[in-house]
Design a protein around this ligand. Structure first.
Ligand SMILES: [Zn+2]
Length: 114
């Protein structure tokens, strides 16, 4: 029980977590780059901000950020079946080592594999 981890003991949940995390980063990158592009092109070509296409693209990227965030936020721990990332907005994923409730580590112990 003590040497369990999300990465090694629950490969399906691990895969889902990795996919969500990557999609979340991609959606943030898309949101920032699309917003930046719309603002810069608007300023460079002296265009007024329009709902089409600027507003729709920015809103679409924002929705993608929200969806991927919600998927991570409401991810269930495969061991205790409670919120894995409880209070995610106060305590981001890169500061966490495991499940909020049961302490299931995200990453496996590399030393144990060798
Ligand atoms: Zn748990």
């Amino acid at each position: 029980m003590a040497d369990q981890s999300l990465q090694e003991s629950f490969p399906e949940a691990w895969q889902e977590f990795r996919t969500c995390r990557i999609l979340h980063w991609i959606s943030w990158l898309a949101f920032i780059s699309v917003s930046g592009f719309c603002i810069v092109s608007g300023v460079a070509f002296n265009l007024p901000f329009g709902w089409w296409p600027d507003g729709i693209f920015i809103m679409g990227c924002g929705v993608l950020v929200a969806i991927t965030y919600a998927k991570l936020r409401y991810m269930r721990c495969p061991r205790c079946h409670k919120d894995f990332f409880f209070l995610l907005h106060f305590y981001p994923i890169f500061l966490r080592e495991g499940c909020w409730n049961c302490g299931l580590p995200i990453y496996g112990d590399d030393d144990a594999q060798t």
